[in-house]
Design a protein around this ligand. Structure first.
Ligand code: ADP
Length: 529
């Protein structure tokens, strides 16, 4: 008899603040917490990265007897530990030191070069999840994320069978109830979230036979994709429902331009009501300009809705944080026309092609004596890192660049100090940085794509409500220069309040999780009906 606990298990490779390589970590850290606060019963399952997770961030409660799986002929043992994070989120840790006790989550340089055995590492995560379900009892819902969580649906099906757990009415559909349910021969329902379709976990098809999966999943209706093994494809096709992280991105990925070869499958899922875009939120307690411990000066406003009359406080907030950061990085604030400081452009980003930071760099290189100061924090592709470094070499009084490492403190300081946050992404599933930047009163320059389209309202669009930035439809270097120039003119215009309005509008946008939590709960309840 299978026993199901009325729980949702989040499965993923990262979880902030324990371990974070990008936006997935933020979501895995904040969404479960908000769900718990809403009364739902949630656990997060992640690999036990002993080297990375600070020991004082978690409390281990119990260790369970080891499980074993075979990769080809080779047996691998792994452990299960339960615990809790400092903020009270229940954890299940999959312990396998050979695979998970590393310096990085995906590989050196923020994962640009993945570890060679990533396929095995994240297949191990899936086997660990299924074993944990045997040991601890199954949740009703497994919510797995991205290609690194892509083997979870297959392992669940091969161990528990293909029949999805089902309930007809009753309070079990309320995910707040503490019920346990017996459902012979059933498996949990599986939700799969795509945070970035650009990373699919693609390997040689021969590797399929080394990760402990049944042969039936080596087919085009699962992991096989044009002669390759594709973790994300199988993960989504074998799940009951697929979500992605913004409504605009959900539409985009059904087109050849953004579909990365999976647009046909995605369109199919959408037509069968199995694909939905739900906008991510940010952790409003963590990213809070009034209480943030990393920044030089906290916003000193009592009310939660910000008004134009408070602009003076925002101006103070920006300037004091800028002065602090400028002193730290030795980039004295430069004064432009009207005696105003030159606007500070901020970047906090992975330096990958998709983020379009190269377009910003080219724009500034081409622009004789550009009227901005710039602070860039990022890591990723070496050619983009070097280009950023040469810009700072050429303009030492205007540009500061820190590349090659992840620096949480510095990121907060940049959000707080920037006047314009620059994110000219070529594609952006949701994007959290622009939401954080707006919460800290920065106006956003962004590519008109995915979650940026859904969160930034464009000052050039006369029908846009409460503009908070500028959106570029047809991205190239010239378009970035044009947009920078437009924002510069608004910023420098002393006779109008337009800049002040942009800042207040940005800061007033609400990017919490409340609406999205309801949307996820609806999905969970619907798939077990
Ligand atoms: P993505 O997930 O594609 O990298 P998002 O905008 O969704 O982009 O999320 C990026 C997150 O990672 C944000 O919280 C941002 O502040 C953070 N981040 C990116 N690069 C760095 C870095 N070098 N140091 C610190 N934080 C970073």
């Amino acid at each position: 008899m299978n026993v199901f606990n009325n729980e949702v298990w989040f499965v993923g490779a990262e979880m902030a603040p324990l371990v974070k390589a990008g936006g997935l970590g933020d979501v895995m850290g904040s969404l479960p917490r908000v769900m718990l606060e809403a009364g739902m019963r949630v656990r997060v399952v992640i690999p036990y990265y002993k080297n990375i997770i600070p020991q004082n961030f978690i409390k281990i409660k119990k260790s369970y007897p080891a499980g074993k799986t075979f990769f080809g002929e080779i047996p691998f043992e792994f452990g299960i530990k339960t615990g809790v994070t400092r903020s009270g989120i229940p954890l299940v840790l999959i312990e396998q030191d050979h695979f998970f006790n590393r310096q990085e989550v995906y590989g050196p340089h923020g994962g640009v070069r993945g570890y060679r055995d990533n396929l095995w590492r994240f297949a191990m995560l899936a086997h660990g999840v299924a074993y944990a379900m045997k040991v601890l009892g199954s949740p009703l819902i497994v919510h797995t994320h991205d290609w690194s969580g892509g083997f979870v649906p297959a392992v669940i099906k091969q161990i528990f069978g293909d029949k999805k757990v089902q309930f007809s009415g009753g309070n079990i559909l309320d995910l707040r109830a503490h019920n346990r349910v017996n459902a012979e021969g059933s498996r949990p329902a599986v939700v799969f979230t795509i945070h970035n379709l650009g990373y699919q976990g693609v390997y040689g098809i021969d590797d399929f036979f080394d990760i402990g999966l049944d042969f039936i999943y080596n087919s085009s209706s699962a992991y096989e994709h044009f002669g390759t093994l594709n973790s994300l494809k199988g993960g989504m096709l074998l799940s009951d429902t697929v979500t992605t992280v913004s409504p605009a991105y959900a539409s985009e990925i059904m087109t050849p331009r953004f579909g990365f070869g999976l647009d046909g499958e995605l369109k199919n899922m959408y037509n069968r009501g199995r694909l939905k875009g739900i906008l991510n939120g940010i952790d409003l307690d963590y990213w809070n300009p009034k209480t943030d411990k990393f920044i030089y000066y906290n916003l000193n406003l009592r009310e939660s809705g910000y008004k134009l009359v408070n602009y003076k406080e925002w101006k103070d907030f920006k300037l004091k944080n800028r002065r602090g950061l400028s002193a730290d990085v030795n980039l004295p604030v430069k004064i432009g026309e009207n005696g105003k400081p030159l606007p500070l452009l901020g970047v906090v980003s992975r330096l990958a092609e998709e983020k379009g930071i190269d377009l910003l760099l080219d724009s500034l290189f081409n622009w004789h004596d550009f009227p901005f100061q710039v602070i860039i924090l990022g890591s990723g592709k070496t050619d983009i890192e070097s280009k950023a470094m040469s810009l700072s070499g050429a303009y030492r009084d205007k540009v500061y660049v820190q590349v090659g490492k992840y620096d949480e403190t510095m990121a907060h300081k940049i959000y707080a100090a920037s006047d314009i946050f620059v994110m000219p992404s070529r594609t952006e599933p949701c994007g959290l940085s622009q939401m954080i930047a707006m919460r800290y009163g920065a106006v956003v320059l962004a590519g008109d794509t995915g979650g940026l389209h859904d969160t930034v309202s464009d000052v050039m669009d006369t029908s846009a409500k409460e503009p908070s930035g500028i959106l570029i439809k047809y991205l190239d270097t010239n378009a970035v220069s044009w947009a920078l120039n437009e924002l510069y003119n608004i910023y420098m215009d002393t006779h109008s309040e337009n800049w002040n309005k942009l800042v207040i509008n940005a800061a007033n946008k609400h990017f919490g999780w409340d609406t999205s939590v309801k949307a996820y709960e609806n999905i969970y309840c619907n798939i077990i009906k």
